[in-house]
Design a protein around this ligand. Sequence first.
Ligand SMILES: *Cc1c(COP(=O)(O)O)cnc(C)c1O
Length: 372
Amino acid sequence: MKVPFLDLRSQYLELREEIDAAVLGVLDSGRYILGKKCEEFELAFKGYLVGEDEGYVVGVNSGTDALKLSLLAAGVGPGDEVITVANTAIPTATAICSVGAIPVFCDVDRRTWLMDAVQIEAHVTSRTKAIIPVHLYGGVCDMNTILEVAGKFGLQVIEDTAQATGSLYKGKRCGTLGDFGAFSFYPSKNLGACGDGGAVFVRSAASKELLSRLRNYGQGSRYRADIVSGENSRLDELQAAILSIKLRHLDRWNRKRMEVASCYLSKLHDRGFSVQVQMDTEGAEPAKHLFVVRVDPRQRERIMKDMEIEGVQSLIHYPMPLYQQPAFSHYKKQQNAVAEELCASVISLPFHQYLVIDKINFIIASFVKSIF
Ligand SMILES: *Cc1c(COP(=O)(O)O)cnc(C)c1O
């Protein structure tokens, strides 16, 4: 049996008629950028996140740009420091560096593998402007404590929600708790486009205005540039139309993902196997993005090879703390002991909403066999 890590085609096949019609509709409309489809999606996604409550969604080109434009809108610039974590996707730090700011890495909690909120304060300096907590793997950061520290020092909070579209914290969606919520619609994410896409959630009309300009050359109105740091970063009509369709299925897909995750756990348990997985923050209802387990670092490469021989594809999210990456190593050398342990020991098993029971059994059997 072959079990690839992802199965993105099944999403398309499940909704094929609807998606085909929507795509052809956009092609036929003659409007491809900043038209009705983008507006419709922004409104629908805002409704998904906060319902009737106030707030706005601004569609952008990617999750990386959602972070970057949020930083620009928050007034973060050259020489400013932004506190984030080291066990995350590269773009979290790329976005910080792209506005000239300096990433400062706060270690993560041993149980949740997420930003250890009580350690943030020790990293705050007079140059600190913002915190970017990362809701890694769909897990939910300890937002109350993070917001408390941010409030104390007047810092902006930009949630990296790229991996947690749909996750809840004390009944509220991740990405709506801080000042900015950055989302990614990269195809493999819980809500994925058929290309690149992203969005920012903000609560104030002023931030929404600013972001709308930043994504469109800095233009306030046509041919009138108001801000110099403008970009070209729009969510195009084709992606928006596809996302609007998929959004209607997101909660069901996320429930399915959680079923797959608990199935994995009970199968491991049935085999008398206790494996370390990410624990939930108090008050969190995660919409898992990845199913990650820890193994003996010295065995990891071999375990993955053995599984691959059996046909099971696994990946590592992420193999190296960001400050060890060549691109970021010139920033203050820091040691995040827990992040380093995690980077050395994590394996992501195949994970998506179309995993059926015989595949799950096969994956677990192959994993358990490789461990011993
Ligand atoms: C995917 C991802 C991003 C970047 O999103 P893109 O849409 O690929 O630019 C940022 N942060 C995290 C944690 C991610 O997983």
